[in-house]
Design a binder for this molecule. Structure first.
Ligand SMILES: C[S@@+](CC[C@H](N)C(=O)[O-])C[C@H]1O[C@@H](n2cnc3c(N)ncnc32)[C@H](O)[C@@H]1O
Length: 265
């Protein structure tokens, strides 16, 4: 069910994601390239490529990149950019993150940026990444995280768990294909349990414009006031995480991305 919702939501809004500034120009894109330091002989897989931004950012630095996604309309957008820009080393492949259609141990690098919160079984995805990587291969992850003590100190565990649930509800009202953004602690345990050694982590807060965030997912007008009220009336722990603020462009808020770079044992 949620996978067909993903394809509906992203199929209908594919073009928005190519130009979305958070996806096309977000700080985590170049930062990920810098931290990973890709090598010219590497073959990489980008899982849930969306508008292809991560695959296209790495492509100049590697031998070959496969941009994969569940949603065919997203891959159409990637193919269009690859053709328009004359890029020779990026291919597309339809792939479910939880059941990657690739042999064991063939990639030097697997990237996945701002997408696992859509996957119904994130642990299965991480084990698939581990399977398709060569020994010593690199898993480079960026995803929005829900509040916990790592991102939002100063609150009780109960307050933070409630804030995490509110954050996930906020996302799900805007986009019914949103599954669950994990807390930082959940990511650390899952990556380590799958057989990786974590080499680098950092947080990248990103400022969001409320109106653009709604527009990118074509949120029906009758849902907008409720979402706005969730920001304006946020309880203290959720407010400390989401930081609602009125600026020149209207209402804004902050989401924190976790970047984690890990190596397969
Ligand atoms: C926000 S976009 C990804 C953004 C992109 N990675 C970037 O760096 O700009 C989320 C993508 O996840 C894809 N997706 C969601 N569930 C998936 C799954 N189970 N397997 C593969 N792709 C999936 C959607 O089709 C959508 O294109």
């Amino acid at each position: 069910m949620s996978k067909s919702l993903v394809q509906q939501q992203f199929g209908a809004n594919a073009a928005n994601y190519v130009v979305s500034s958070v996806h096309a120009k977000g700080a985590s894109l170049q930062r990920l390239v810098d931290v990973v330091a890709p090598q010219p002989d590497w073959v990489m897989l980008d899982v849930a490529t969306g508008g292809g931004h991560t695959a296209l950012a790495f492509a100049p630095h590697v031998a070959r990149a496969i941009a994969s996604d569940l949603t065919e309309e997203m891959l159409d957008q990637v193919r269009k950019q690859v053709a328009d820009k004359g890029i020779k080393n990026v291919e597309t492949q339809r792939a479910d993150a939880e059941d990657l259609p690739f042999a064991d141990g063939i990639f030097d690098l697997v990237t996945c940026r701002i997408a696992p919160h859509h996957f119904p079984d994130i642990a299965k995805f991480v084990s698939e990444v581990h399977r398709v990587l060569k020994p010593g291969g690199v898993f480079a992850l960026v995803d929005n995280v829900a509040p916990d003590v790592a991102t939002t100190p100063g609150f009780t565990e109960l307050e933070l768990d409630e804030a995490a649930e509110t954050y996930n509800n906020f996302e799900k009202i805007r986009d019914p294909s949103h599954g669950r953004a994990w807390q930082v602690g959940e990511w650390g345990k899952c990556i380590t349990d799958a057989g990786f050694e974590i080499a680098h982590t950092e947080f990248l807060p990103k400022k969001m414009n409320f109106a653009t965030w709604c527009k990118n997912m074509s949120v029906p007008g009758d849902r907008v006031p409720g979402l706005e009220a969730m920001l304006r009336e946020a309880a203290p722990a959720f407010a400390a995480y989401i930081q609602p603020e009125d600026g020149e462009d209207g209402l804004g808020f902050t989401i924190i991305e976790l970047m984690a770079v890990a190596r397969k044992h």
